[in-house]
Design a protein around this ligand. Structure first.
Ligand code: PLP
Length: 399
């Protein structure tokens, strides 16, 4: 019996070693990783550049405090500012904390402008922003809110894709719109460029902030540094985590300068956020992501993945109902229960993937995936679909 909280339905599988796209369990068995620690291991496992950076950092100084200057944090912040829309960055340890910072920043910006009543944030059904009390309220999923007392006030939810519903929901208290450009956990739903552009226009017309949660879809996963870039818009606040640390806990809230400026000394903080170890690794990850050709590779592989998934969908029309997502954040709505299917893939076909809402199988490989890896994954998915079909035929015959 495990001493741990039972908050996860954990598999007994434990990994001992990883290399690139592959993980090895305690018995030496090899697994093809199309889960990447839930979109975290953007560079796969054991990338020599980030491993080397972490080892060197461990010999210097592990932790100081944000009351001192942390040179690696300053450097990572400046590089993110140089590479993106942002003028200021706050570092965190996780995605949910990045969202907490974004929510506080949006509210505080209006408070500082003398509009303390503008604290409401419009978010979307099917979204996921984390598991803190604030972020379960932002996500609005009743299953995650149940049993935890009154939800944090100040969030409203409308269906994604419906600009009319967005306009209708805006009131005098609304200060921001919060959205994942590609919903991950909720079911791998990519927002259209028109919808994202429409949200930007609504924010401009109503003096509201556009806050994007790119914790899962950002940092190269859709083939651009940020997923919002496909729509040509400029957001006001963006949250990142997961890939930013390549497996080391790190997150960040990026913001426009005047928006961030309302967060004066004392308004927010974090003991660990952006500590020397984390930001040294973050810089090493960024070296690789910004290296010439890296994002182009991710983009090409995203397109190849969708092409191969289309072939798979044609071959298994009874089991594949719909393809979703963008780039290397791909979803397959399937007929077999997704939880069972993920376990079957893992145990029988040695491939790691993960479920999402709406019975969607989520494929989120490291961004270093090759077309040969994609073909390998398609073969394993096909074998799993074949096995299910064979079992169904056998049980029909038995009846
Ligand atoms: N936002 C999105 C879009 C996510 O996918 C997640 C986690 O899956 C989070 C926020 C929360 O991140 P964390 O689990 O690091 O707190």
């Amino acid at each position: 019996m495990s001493a741990l909280y039972g908050t996860y339905a954990r598999s007994e599988l434990a990994f001992e070693r990883g290399e690139g796209m592959r993980l090895y369990d305690q018995h030496g068995r090899e697994y093809l990783d199309f889960q990447a620690g839930i979109a975290v291991n953007a560079l796969g496992h054991g990338d020599p550049h980030i491993v080397g950076a972490l080892k060197a950092a461990a010999d210097r100084v592990w932790h100081t405090s944000n009351v001192f200057t942390i040179p690696e944090q300053e450097r990572l912040g400046q590089r993110l500012v140089d590479a993106t829309f942002a003028d200021k960055v706050f570092f965190t340890n996780s995605g949910a904390e990045a969202l907490e910072c974004a929510i506080k920043t949006a509210r505080h910006y209006f408070w500082a402008k003398g509009q303390p009543d503008r604290y409401e944030i419009l978010a979307f059904t099917g979204s996921f922003h984390g598991r803190t009390l604030g972020t379960i309220a932002a996500g609005g999923n009743p299953a995650y809110l149940e049993g935890f007392g009154p939800a944090l006030a100040g969030f409203k939810h409308v269906p994604p894709g419906d600009l009319h519903a967005v306009r209708e929901a805006i009131g005098p208290q609304t200060c921001a719109i919060l959205i994942e450009p590609v919903q991950g956990e909720g079911g791998v739903t990519a927002m259209s460029n028109e919808f994202m552009q429409g949200l930007r226009a609504i924010c401009d017309e109503n003096d509201m902030l556009l806050v994007l949660d790119e914790v899962q879809c950002g940092y190269g996963r859709t083939g651009r540094f940020f997923a919002f870039e496909w729509s040509g818009i400029t957001p006001d606040i963006v949250t990142v985590a997961k890939a930013i640390g390549g497996g080391f806990p790190l997150g960040a809230c990026l913001a426009r300068g005047d928006v961030a400026d309302s967060m004066a000394p004392g308004t927010h903080g974090s003991t660990y956020g952006g500590n020397p170890l984390a930001t040294t690794v973050g810089n090493a990850v960024l070296d690789r992501i910004l290296a010439p050709g890296f994002l182009d590779h991710a983009n090409q592989m995203g397109q190849r993945l969708f092409w191969h998934l289309q072939q798979l969908a044609q071959k298994y029309p009874d089991q594949v109902l719909e393809l979703r997502g963008k780039g290397l954040l791909a979803g397959i709505k399937i007929t077999p229960p997704v939880r069972d299917f993920v376990a079957r893939l893992r145990d029988d076909h040695k491939m790691l993937a993960i479920g999402a809402g709406d019975n969607v199988l989520r494929l989120i490989p490291p961004l270093i995936v090759s077309e040969a890896d994609i073909e390998d994954a398609m073969a394993r998915l096909g074998a799993a679909f074949d096995a299910i079909a064979a079992e169904e035929t056998a049980s029909a015959v038995a009846e």
